[in-house]
Design a protein around this ligand. Structure first.
Ligand code: PBG
Length: 325
């Protein structure tokens, strides 16, 4: 008889209990980092038009927002600043009175149970919107590093628990590690945006942070989406320079890269589920074209299955709510 001619895979899918028993990947609130946009001024809570459910908030609303996050069970946030004044050299990124520095001091004091991650970049603070200083129409690497180091140190002084440099200058991890160590912050880890592509998926973020480049694009410093081996060179130099975490960004179209980085390096891997990935889901859900909850849980589970240990996502609050149900 042909009784054993084929395998019965459906045996392990027969019930909820059976599926739970054999499930290989779990999504947990502990894995999630929530991005927040802190804006100068008072009584501001502006919804970002391309990101329904995401707000720019001023300091007087920030503590309440963050307490809600903690109530839901999310314990890590990454902060982005939206300053009132911008200049050529992005000085509001590293002033001790910068908006992110103020937010860090406030949250360290008022919501001490949160892990505070500072995005360390200049593009939200420069008048031209690039991630460093401009010379001959290009971003000058080494001069930008000095400002990035100053930014990291002032964020650590203000209470950042993790420094997350995102400007993609060569040598940024080494420069920041040296700077932090010399300033006495030997125990502050670096979560490097090691593998960051020049991606069209960042559009809505640039609305939220007001950081669209005023000329040109970011292709001389962010990576070409066509490249995989280059991602490993980037990750490798960051690990050698002292990165404690590696971020791959964006997430969804780059899950092959997440897997590759996970297999080749022994540090925690972070997938950044970026603004465009969020906006697309929200737009489709608003039209009734997809089931938002099922889709978001599926996407984030796929990121973990691909190898992400941690996910930065604007959906963190929703996911926490769903997991609490
Ligand atoms: C800063 C930075 C960006 C994002 C995170 N940090 C913007 C960019 O590189 O243009 C994008 C995040 C998102 O799209 O959600 N350099």
């Amino acid at each position: 008889m042909c009784e054993h001619a084929f395998k019965r895979h459906r045996r392990l899918r027969a019930s909820n209990n059976m599926r739970a028993l054999v499930r290989e990947t779990q999504l947990s609130k502990d894995d999630l980092i929530y991005p927040i946009f802190v804006v100068e001024g008072s009584t501001v809570k502006n919804e970002v038009s391309s990101m329904p459910g995401v707000f720019q908030v001023s300091l007087d609303y920030l503590t309440e927002e963050m307490k809600e996050l903690v109530r839901l069970g999310i314990r890590s946030v990454i902060l982005f600043g939206v300053p009132q004044e911008k200049d050529e050299v992005g000085s509001q990124a590293y002033e001790s009175t910068g908006i992110v520095q103020q937010a860090l001091r406030q949250l360290k004091h008022e919501v001490p149970e949160l892990t505070l991650i500072a995005d360390t970049c200049l593009c939200e603070y420069t008048s031209h919107g690039h991630c460093g200083v401009i010379h001959d129409n290009d971003v000058e690497n080494d001069a930008s590093l000095d400002l990035l180091v100053q930014t990291a140190i002032s964020q650590a002084e203000a209470g950042a628990d993790i420094i997350a440099p995102s400007n993609m200058m060569d040598g940024f991890v080494k420069a920041i590690r040296t700077g932090l160590d010399e300033a006495g912050f030997i125990n502050i880890p670096i979560m490097s945006y090691a593998v960051k592509y020049a991606s069209a998926f960042y559009g809505p973020f640039r609305d939220a942070a007001g950081s669209t480049p005023q000329f040109g694009d970011r292709k001389t410093y962010q990576m070409d989406p066509a490249n995989r081996r280059e991602a490993l060179r980037e990750a490798n130099s960051d690990v050698e320079e002292g990165a404690d975490f590696l971020i791959v960004k964006p997430a969804l179209s780059y899950l092959d890269i997440v897997r590759e980085v996970k297999d080749q390096f022994n540090v925690p891997v972070v997938a950044y589920n970026v603004s465009g990935e969020y906006a697309m889901v929200k737009a489709a859900a608003a039209n009734g074209w997809i089931d938002e909850k099922q889709l978001v849980l599926e996407k984030l589970t796929s990121m973990k299955r691909a190898g992400a240990d941690i996910i930065i996502t604007y959906f963190a609050k929703d996911v926490a709510q769903w997991l609490n149900e």
